[in-house]
Design a protein around this ligand. Structure first.
Ligand SMILES: Cc1cc2nc3c(=O)[nH]c(=O)nc-3n(C[C@H](O)[C@H](O)[C@H](O)COP(=O)(O)O)c2cc1C
Length: 156
């Protein structure tokens, strides 16, 4: 949502019976004040999908989905060890949205992990890992072709 300082937001919708008015992600964030955003690549699609199962709160979803975790460095939280990129975040704001269990969760990025093989000449190179995008219904897409464009400037 912002680059200086870097900030992110995600939406949490719906609730689980064992979490009052929300799901485990937001419940955990309320308790700890931190969260980690892990970028998903095509190779991790099945584990990503497995992690969306509505497990009871006491279940470790890293283990349930067969995902290896690594400790974050700036926050007391785990990240996905093999993710192409991970953003360590401190909670800054939770905004209640219209409806029963709809929330926008804002965080400030306190640490960034970029996988070594995704770095080319000091740049994070999306052609190295095939980003996964969610579409509608049960559909997803991968990015296989990338092009660049330079933004126009106005004459002085
Ligand atoms: C690709 C994908 C994207 C999702 N995005 C969201 C989202 O933005 N917000 C949300 O509340 N749930 C989203 N879900 C559903 C959650 O993964 C699911 O409700 C999960 O059980 C929440 O787990 P938790 O209780 O550990 O928070 C998504 C699921 C998938 C597979």
């Amino acid at each position: 949502m912002a680059s200086t300082p870097p900030q992110v937001v995600f939406g949490s919708s719906e609730a689980k019976p064992d979490r009052e008015g929300t799901k485990d992600s937001l419940g955990n964030i309320r308790e700890t004040g931190v969260f980690c955003v892990n970028i998903v690549e095509f190779a991790a699609r099945d584990a990503m999908n497995a992690s969306s199962a509505p497990h009871p709160r006491e279940i470790d979803e890293f283990e349930a989905a067969g995902v290896v975790k690594a400790p974050c460095e700036t926050i007391p939280c785990c990240r996905v060890a093999s993710a192409p990129a991970a953003l360590e975040c401190r909670l800054t704001r939770i905004v209640r949205l219209a409806g029963e269990a709809n929330w926008a969760v804002f965080g400030a990025v306190t640490g960034v992990h970029l996988r070594d093989d995704c770095l080319v000449d000091g740049r994070f190179d999306v052609t190295r890992y095939q980003p996964l995008a969610r579409l509608g219904y049960r559909d997803y897409a991968t990015v296989r072709e990338v092009f660049s464009m330079t933004r126009p400037t106005l004459p002085a």
